[in-house]
Design a protein around this ligand. Structure first.
Ligand code: NAP
Length: 246
């Protein structure tokens, strides 16, 4: 059941995170949106409230442990619990390794891996106290296979899958915490704007699907995982555009 669940979503200012916030609020969840671009968060919260839903926002950077802890504290202060935490924030500055875009490698590791870990660190103590909860981590088809220019990005998304599987094994039996990996193929969002290496961008375009997924398609997958009965833990959903070959 989604209704009345308290759901935190990182990276909720655009793309998949924003679509998930709108979808889950429409299904009756109480949603806490977080990201760095406050104006975008405010717009989406207004949209949800205008439609009769329940939502709040808090600006936060997932690379900050303190910010993630603030989001958890804010959620508990406002809604008393955390039922679902969606680690969605991510970047994809693809590049060939010999371009030595070391700063971009570090940003990807900080946001895509450490951001997920900081989210887990903030949410799990609350869920252990509740003896229930659900962590949903957004990986990628790139967490299953490596494309040219995607070595570091894929590395971060393989890591997200490994971390989520470890979390499931360690915490599900003792704390009743469900763990879900969502691995999308190509989705039409702002993610490509983070690519500064033209060669990597061209390689990506060459293997792109003729029709990408919409953010709402991934929001549907997130909603499906949450909506299952408490005893059923959907561990991974891989969702590609029909025309995406690999
Ligand atoms: N689009 C695809 O084809 C695709 C495919 C597979 C997986 N994914 C994954 O899906 C997730 C969402 O991406 P998207 O496609 O929806 O792209 P997007 O529209 O660019 O959204 C990325 C979100 O991450 C947030 N973010 C980035 N850095 C952050 C930071 N340091 N702290 C807090 N928030 C941060 C952004 O918010 P602010 O800039 O406002 O902070 C934004 O809300 C990512 O993990 C991505 O890797 C996407």
């Amino acid at each position: 059941m989604i209704r009345e669940k308290v759901v935190v979503i990182t990276g909720a200012s655009s793309g998949i995170g924003q679509a998930a916030a709108l979808r889950l609020a429409n299904d009756g969840a109480k949603v806490v949106l977080t990201a760095r671009r406050t104006e975008r968060l405010i717009q989406t919260v207004h949209e949800i409230i205008e439609k009769g839903g329940e939502a709040r926002y808090l600006a936060a950077d997932v690379t900050s442990k303190a910010d993630m802890q603030n989001v958890a504290d804010f959620t508990v202060e406002n809604y008393g619990r955390i039922d679902v935490w969606v680690n969605n924030a991510g970047l994809m500055p693809l590049s060939y390794l010999n371009k030595r875009k070391i700063d971009e490698w570090e940003t990807m590791i900080d946001v895509n891996i450490k951001g997920v870990l900081y989210g887990i660190a903030a949410a799990v103590p609350v869920m252990e106290r509740q003896q229930s909860g659900h962590i949903i981590n957004i990986s990628s088809v790139a967490g299953h296979r490596v494309g040219m220019g995607g070595a570091v990005y894929s590395g971060t998304k393989f890591a997200v899958r490994a971390i989520t599987e470890g979390l499931r094994m360690e915490l599900s039996p003792t704390s009743n915490i469900r763990a879900t990996i969502i691995s999308p193929g190509m989705v039409e969002t702002e993610l490509l704007t983070t690519i500064t290496d033209e060669d990597a961008l061209n390689a990506l375009k060459a293997r792109a699907a003729s029709k990408a997924l919409r953010s709402e398609d991934i929001a549907n997958a997130i909603a499906y995982a949450i909506d299952q009965p408490e005893w059923a833990s959907v561990n991974e959903i891989v969702i590609r555009p029909t025309t995406q070959p690999s």
